[in-house]
Design a protein around this ligand. Structure first.
Ligand SMILES: [Fe+2]
Ligand SMILES: [Fe+2]
Length: 354
């Protein structure tokens, strides 16, 4: 004879309920037996029953698009099928027995009747479901975000292997961008334009600024002396290539991060006075994020030693940036950057090539 009450009180869904509630539930349960390798719930089917495992074990799996993948295994005391039952939705996973398995089954009519009669049970289920859903949403979104960020940086690093600009350059420029954007955020004129989300997006998108260089021939990319006019024309195309790469990503994901990366790739070589490339945009027609990136990128290039030039002293680099105000760079942004220059110097010193 099954001790249903102790099974229920030991189950992950019903533990902690009063003896009265447990008894009520027990009255609605039906014992069922399944042989080995039987599908009890199938993903996509409407869920009308939930199960508590008494003995045996099951495998919970889901169709990931590229194949079936096991998500979990459950044994005695575990509950399954309750999500679809409670939310009146389709099964989110397939459950298959790994061995002959005994369960207690509760159908949705009984479940609804129980919830109607038992306030304790209803409150408990509401709490559990809220907790489960918020953990799930949090876990899924933070996992996705982590993966997304790692991929973005990996993509940016592809250029590293083909570019004299290094990984440390990517790390420094994204940090200069954040420093500058944070300083601008405190200014009235950028209210509503620069937000914490904008700054976070900028941090993620900035390393992609030169991703288009993957398509520039080595002979141009690694040329030790200055580029000839024809070679320079070819080099300029990295902006258009980067933008078209981002356009393809946007078609797949539509994420704001890549829209920002698109604007950075395309416009980071535009000049405030309209003499930059590829489109010769001027002034505030150049997107905000690209104007910030231009300052960060040039400042770091000045401080870095390249095959064709030695590194510049910090003071000299700051002077050079200041001279570019209103010519190459947004004059107000330049002012803000110069006012905070020691913080930029700290970033430069913090992220050095190994
Ligand atoms: Fe560039
Ligand atoms: Fe760069």
């Amino acid at each position: 004879m099954l001790d249903v009450l102790s099974i229920l009180s030991g189950s992950d869904l019903f533990s902690g309920l009063s003896a009265r509630s447990l008894e009520r539930i027990a009255n609605h349960l039906k014992p069922v037996r399944f042989d080995q390798d039987v599908v009890i719930c199938r993903e996509g089917d409407i869920g009308r029953t939930m199960y508590i495992i008494v003995s045996g074990s099951v495998s919970v799996s889901s169709d990931m698009g590229w194949g079936q993948r096991e998500l979990d295994r459950k044994g005695p005391g575990s509950v399954f099928g309750e999500m679809a039952l409670i939310s009146n939705d389709v099964r989110s996973a397939t459950v298959r027995t790994l061995e002959p398995t005994e369960c207690l089954q509760l159908d949705n009519e009984s479940f609804d009747a129980l919830l109607d009669k038992d306030l304790d049970l209803a409150q408990r289920i509401a709490k559990i479901m809220t907790r489960r859903f918020s953990t799930l949403v949090h876990k899924t979104s933070s996992e996705l975000l982590g993966a997304y960020r790692a991929l973005t940086f990996a993509l940016a690093n592809i250029t590293e292997s083909r570019d004299p600009e290094t990984g440390a350059h990517l790390e420094r420029t994204r940090n200069y961008c954040v420093l500058l954007a944070e300083a601008l955020y405190r200014e009235e004129r950028y209210k509503g334009l620069i937000t914490p989300q904008f700054i976070d997006g900028l941090y993620q998108a900035a390393p992609l600024h030169d991703v288009g260089k993957v398509a520039i021939p080595d002979a141009i990319l690694f040329k030790p002396e200055g580029l000839g006019p024809e070679e320079f024309e070819k080099m300029k195309i990295h902006t258009l290539i980067g933008a078209s790469m981002m356009e393809k990503v946007i078609r797949q994901s539509g994420a704001d991060l890549f829209k920002m990366a698109y604007r950075i790739c395309l416009y980071h070589h535009e000049w405030w006075n309209g003499t930059g490339y590829p489109h010769g945009l001027a002034g505030e027609n150049i997107p905000l994020e690209a104007r910030i990136m231009a300052l960060a990128d040039v400042y770091d290039a000045l401080l870095s030693r390249r095959v064709y030039k030695p590194a510049m002293a910090m003071r000299e680099a700051a002077d050079k940036i200041q001279h570019g105000a209103g010519v190459q760079f947004d004059p107000n942004m330049t002012l803000v950057m110069i006012a905070n220059i020691s913080r930029f110097e700290d970033v430069y010193l913090k992220y050095q090539d190994e």
